[in-house]
Design a protein around this ligand. Structure first.
Ligand code: MN
Length: 408
């Protein structure tokens, strides 16, 4: 319990005794008080202005004076308030700088006290920047620098279909009647098309970069198809083509991972690149090994399966099992998912043109290729447009349309 405030009367008695005797010990004795009690009453008296101008108590200073004047301006009364003397002027400790200032204010927002907070003065900004730069001089990031996306729609999945890029294919426009095509043209066109496709696709939380085969035109430096031995029109050397394929897919993966919060990367083999895709998968796995929201599927299984809520998705290049057989393969391989899903899509490439068949409740797609026709296909009179597509799926509501970017 706090001690009750000293009454003005007791304070005044202490002040009067001190003024009378001029000395604390004697005044205390005369009042029959201990010196301590007397001194504390005297301090209260000083604070309340009861001591007048003289004497100013030791350790006190005059804080405020007020006067009462008579009708003719004559001094009638004077109050002097003494307060403990303020401390010495604030001096910044050596090597310190001001870190912050705060204030205690009264009801009228007048400053009653200030707190000055200091801290040790460190290096200046420029030398700090230099220190940080030096510390990171030999730093190689383990993961590509991708800003993880926010505000994605968690109920949706986007499947980017990458099939039949045929990187390394060479086409002479005068011979094929179509556009010229080589590795550098392919690189420029594919980068732009993939970028457009990603920007036009909905910002779903989930995404699959679904490589469905024939990303490369030739699987090695022999420049022939493995099974039929057809001679291929190839631009530049196999190592250069493989490097371009890895660069393009890594860049596409980065751009997809900057838009979607959970990314799966899948690269299935085609009839042109069954061996190269093994290496491409490993390159992408290594590339994204420290990007935790990107998974690279290294399964050698030529079929891809994915359940997303009411959707069941499948994919394969389409050169081996025929499109009409895909629904029964899907029903057998994914029999539990089959009974629990209502939207079933199977994506293929290989024939380089757009088809959609509904077989047993399954939509079986074949997709266009983004590549120009080579002399062989042109001579056979194959006609197809060029484009790249993505498909959107809602976890409860099923298919939600597709995005197509055409190439002129
Ligand atoms: Mn093919």
């Amino acid at each position: 319990m706090p001690a009750p405030a000293l009454s003005d009367e007791l304070a005044q008695q202490a002040a009067d005794a001190f003024l009378l005797h001029g000395e604390k010990t004697r005044a205390a004795d005369e009042m029959g008080l201990s010196r301590n009690t007397f001194c504390s009453r005297l301090k209260v008296a000083a604070r309340r202005g009861l001591l007048g101008t003289k004497p100013v108590l030791e350790g006190f200073q005059i804080h405020r004076t007020s006067t009462q004047l008579g009708p003719n301006g004559e001094l009638q009364r004077e109050w002097i308030q003494q307060k403990p003397e303020a401390g010495a002027e604030f001096v910044m400790p050596a090597g310190h700088v001001i870190k912050g200032v705060s204030a205690l204010v009264d009801a009228d927002d007048r400053v009653m006290a200030r707190w000055i907070k200091t801290r040790e003065d460190g290096a200046d900004l420029e030398s700090k920047i230099e220190i940080i730069q030096r510390a990171f001089e030999n730093f190689e990031p383990r993961a590509p620098y991708i800003i993880r996306p926010t505000d994605c729609d968690s109920e949706r999945l986007t499947a980017y279909i990458f099939c039949d890029w045929h990187l390394g294919l060479f086409a002479h426009g005068k011979e094929t009647g179509g556009p010229d095509w080589d590795l550098s043209i392919a690189k420029a066109v594919l980068r732009e098309t993939v970028a457009d496709l990603i920007s036009q696709s909905p910002r779903s939380k989930h995404a699959i970069m679904l490589g469905l085969g024939d990303i490369l035109h030739a699987d090695n430096s022999r420049n022939m198809t493995e099974r039929s031995g057809n001679v291929l029109d190839v631009d530049t050397r196999y190592p250069k083509v493989l490097e371009t394929a890895c660069d393009l897919l890594a860049e596409a993966g980065e751009n997809i991972a900057a838009k979607h919060d959970r990314v799966e990367i899948v690269v299935k083999p085609g009839n042109h690149d069954p061996e190269s895709t093994v290496g491409i998968r490993q390159a992408l796995r290594m590339y994204f090994r420290s990007t935790e929201w990107v998974d690279v599927d290294t399964s050698p299984n030529p079929f891809y399966w994915r359940r997303f809520g009411v959707n069941l998705l499948g994919g394969a290049h389409g050169d081996k099992a025929k499109p009409k057989d895909m629904p029964l393969i899907m029903a057998n391989v994914r029999r539990h998912d089959w009974s629990e899903t209502t939207t079933r899509h199977f994506h293929t490439g290989h024939i380089h043109h757009d088809t959609l068949q509904e077989i047993g409740g399954v939509h079986v797609y074949s997709h266009r290729a983004p590549v120009a026709q080579d002399a062989y296909h042109a001579a056979n009179g194959y006609l197809a447009g060029r484009s790249m597509r993505s498909f959107n799926y809602h976890v409860d509501k099923g298919a939600r349309g597709s995005t197509e970017i055409e190439i002129r």
